[in-house]
Design a protein around this ligand. Structure first.
Ligand code: GRF
Length: 216
C-alpha cells in the first residue's frame, strides 16, 4: 500500500470546520488511502479547516468568492490553483457553494462530496434538522459525485445511522459525523483502487460482466 506522501493528488475545498478533511488526512497518514492532499482551498479566509491544514503542513489557498465577479470567474481561479498543484481528484468537505459547469467539466468524474443525509432525502442545508422534522427513524450520510446541482450527483457510498427518540440536532449530527469520517475515506479508497463505472445514476464497482455467448 502506498504510504503517506505518495499516491493520487487530492485537492480539498472547504468553507468551515474541516473535520472531514482532517479525517481524510488522518486516513492517508495511517496508510489507508493511497493519496496525498496537494492543496486545501477555501473561500473563507478564517475557516478553521485552513488552520488545521497549515498545522499539518499542507499547502493552502484562499480564493474569496467576494473578490470574483461571477461564479465562473471564482471557479476559474480555483481551477487554476488546483491545476498548478497537480490535483487529480477534488473532495468537497463542507464547501458551501455550488460548482459551475466549467469546474465540474475540468475535473470530470473526479469530484466528490459528503452530505449528512441518505440522499436523495434531505439535500441542502441543515440535513440533520430536516431528518428530525420529517420524523425518519434512520438517517445517515452519503458520498456522491458532484455535478452542478445541489447534492445531486451519482451516489458512491452511504451509511445508515439510527435516529433515537432523545435526539436533538446536535446529537444526531454528532452520530452521523462519526460515520462521515469513516465513509469518506472508504469511498475514496474504493474509487482509487478498484475498477468502477457509472451506469445511469448508479456507481458500480468491480470488473464489467462479460456478456456473451459460446463464441466469446
Ligand atoms: C459535514 O456534515 C458534511 O457532511 C457537510 O458539511 C459538514 C462539514 O463538516 N457537507 P466539516 O467541515 O467536515 O467538519
Amino acid at each position: 500500500m502506498a504510504g503517506p506522501g505518495s499516491g493520487t493528488r487530492v485537492g480539498i475545498l472547504l468553507s468551515g470546520r474541516g473535520s472531514n478533511f482532517a479525517a481524510l488526512a488522518a486516513a492517508i497518514a495511517r496508510g489507508e488511502l493511497p493519496a496525498e492532499i496537494a492543496l486545501v482551498v477555501s473561500n473563507v479566509a478564517d475557516a478553521p479547516g485552513l488552520a488545521r491544514a497549515r498545522e499539518l503542513g499542507i499547502s493552502t489557498r484562499v480564493v474569496d468568492h467576494r473578490e470574483s465577479g461571477s461564479r465562473e470567474a471564482h471557479d476559474a481561479r480555483m481551477i487554476e490553483a488546483l491545476a498548478a498543484a497537480g490535483v487529480e481528484w477534488v473532495c468537497l468537505a463542507g464547501y458551501m457553494r455550488l460548482l459551475s459547469a466549467p469546474f465540474v467539466e475540468a475535473f470530470d468524474g473526479r469530484i466528490l462530496n459528503i452530505h449528512p443525509s441518505l440522499l436523495p432525502a434531505f439535500p441542502g442545508l441543515h440535513a440533520q434538522r430536516q431528518a428530525l422534522e420529517a420524523g425518519v427513524k434512520i438517517a445517515g450520510c452519503t458520498v456522491h459525485f458532484v455535478d452542478t446541482g445541489l447534492d445531486s450527483g451519482p451516489i458512491v457510498a452511504q451509511r445508515a445511522v439510527p435516529v433515537l427518540d432523545g435526539d436533538d440536532e446536535a446529537a444526531l449530527s454528532a452520530r452521523i459525523l462519526v460515520e462521515e469520517h469513516r465513509l469518506y475515506a472508504e469511498a475514496l479508497r474504493r474509487l482509487l483502487t478498484e475498477p468502477w463505472r457509472i451506469e445511469g445514476r448508479r456507481v458500480l464497482f468491480g470488473p464489467r460482466e462479460r456478456g456473451g455467448g459460446p463464441s466469446e
